[in-house]
Design a binder for this molecule. Structure first.
Ligand code: IMP
Length: 456
């Protein structure tokens, strides 16, 4: 089954194959930057929203009219009735997927005709979480079996969504279970019973109508001039290659992951939008160089409600880290920034430190350290910035406090990237698109209509 995409003019056979109509929206820090809300805000301008990596370790929260929706797998574009794709770069728990469909159905949001799952995406079986526990990788993972499912993929023993449609699906599942039980026994962690595999297969079979070749679907949609929004989960610093290894997730959260995780060409990417908070947070283990001391941190956690949307864990807050953000801008090719949670710091601090570099061994570093042991010893170099009062109910950028606008200017000067959108609260209406900031090649954002609801 494939979703019925809007009937658009096919592109010319040549050139149009490389039509650049994919915007990547990604987290530029350690995740939890507020991607769910921003993707929801942007989705009305696009035909398709596609997730390219990660699993239900992510939690994307969207508030609409006082009602909270947390999505873990399906892109938040579903709330605007967009066509939603779960790409091949994801690892998907059938149980989590079915629960999400049921949650959306309860809210009256249809999914049957609008959601597609890649036949190349891998499945998370219940025993992947058991393996995660047994392997005890002490980096503060979400415990959802994400690492072991990606490990099976790399080991070429994974279960793919396309396997659900095959007559030998049972055999593939049982082979995975046997391999798991062998390892669990070796580690002295008991075994997984075969009825768990039966339940898993039942859950997976419910997914079958959604499974198709989404790479082909997306490429043909791009040929037909459809606009695609590629959504990441987690953040740049949790990327398995470019993040703060080993304290990272198991996938490529960075912009390159959009091509490999969706099956589209690099030529298709027209724009990369980075989401950053006005400060940073990190959940789980690993160094956060600008981590706030306890009193300041507690204030931010309370004001910003910094608790994980998936696990409920307290997030660790830190001051905005421009040295880290520059790294994210360069790795991802971020052309535009969206700053979220700018309201949270309002009225909390007289001065706000901004990290402009790291000192290590008495010298300023030129490049972001690749070794965690180095990161553990860096000393952030701060510039002090005046704090700002609470935002109140501002709807225009020019009405936001001057000290905050100066903060934004400092960020832009340092990164040489414009902050085009500022989010001032969780609601859809609390999103300010700056009319005074023009970004080349990004006209749709100038005309951003946050109330555009219906499918084109
Ligand atoms: P995993 O993705 O469960 O393997 O966890 C690896 C690391 O990524 C841990 O530090 C998690 O806390 C972190 N992580 C995973 N998903 C998210 C997320 O959506 N937001 C923030 N951190 C995350």
């Amino acid at each position: 089954m494939r979703p019925k995409l809007p009937a658009k003019e096919p592109g010319t056979p040549n050139g149009r194959i490389f039509r650049m109509s994919c915007t990547v929206v990604l987290g530029s820090q350690w995740g939890d930057e507020g991607k769910g809300k921003i993707v929801d805000s942007f989705a009305g301008q696009f035909d398709i929203v596609a997730r390219y990596q990660g699993a239900h370790n992510a939690g994307h929260t969207v508030w609409i009219g006082g009602e909270k929706t947390v999505l873990h797998l399906i892109p938040s574009g579903i709330l605007r009735q967009r066509y939603c794709v779960l790409g091949n770069g994801m690892v998907i728990s059938p149980l989590a997927f079915n629960l999400e469909l049921a949650m959306l159905a309860k809210k009256g949001i249809p999914t049957r005709e609008t959601v597609a799952v890649s036949n190349r995406a891998h499945l998370i079986a219940p025993w992947h979480a058991r393996l995660e526990e047994a392997r005890a990788t002490k980096i503060g993972t979400t415990g959802r079996g994400v690492g072991p499912a990606y490990a099976d993929k790399a080991d070429r023993i994974g279960i793919r969504a396309g396997d659900i449609l095959q007559p030998d699906f049972g055999k593939i599942v049982n082979a995975s279970l046997r391999e798991t039980n062998r390892e669990l026994m070796e580690r002295g962690h008991g075994t997984v019973l075969s009825n768990i595999a039966d339940q898993f297969m039942d859950e997976a079979e419910n997914m079958a109508p959604f499974v198709c070749d989404t790479g082909e679907l997306l490429r043909s949609a791009l040929r037909k001039n459809c606009e695609l929004l590629a959504e990441s989960a987690q953040g740049t610093m949790l990327d398995i290659d470019h993040g703060t290894y080993p304290f990272v997730t198991s996938s490529n959260t960075t912009a390159g992951g959009a091509c490999t995780g969706l099956g589209i060409s690099t030529f298709s990417i027209s724009h990369v939008v980075g989401i950053c908070k006005a400060y940073v947070t990190r959940v789980g283990g690993g160094k956060l160089p600008t981590e706030m001391e306890e009193t300041a941190g507690d204030k931010v956690v309370e004001a910003g409600q910094e608790f994980g949307a998936s696990t409920g864990r307290r997030r660790r807050p830190g001051w905005l880290d421009l040295f880290q953000l520059k790294y994210a801008v360069e790795i991802n090719g971020i052309q535009t920034l969206v700053m979220t949670k700018a309201d949270v710091l309002g009225g909390l601090f007289k001065t706000i430190p901004l990290c402009a570099g790291y000192r290590y061994g008495g010298k300023l570093l030129d490049e972001y350290p690749s070794k965690h042991s180095v990161l553990e010893q860096v000393e952030p170099v701060y510039t002090e910035h005046a704090g700002w009062p609470e935002f109140g109910d501002c709807r225009e950028y020019k009405d936001l406090p001057q000290a905050f606008r100066n903060y934004v200017r400092k960020v832009e000067d340092y990164l040489q990237v414009q902050v085009k959108v500022v989010s001032t609260g969780p609601g859809r209406e609390q999103t300010i698109v700056r009319r005074d900031a023009h970004v080349a090649g990004l006209t749709w954002m100038d005309d951003l209509d946050l109330n555009r609801e219906s499918a084109a």
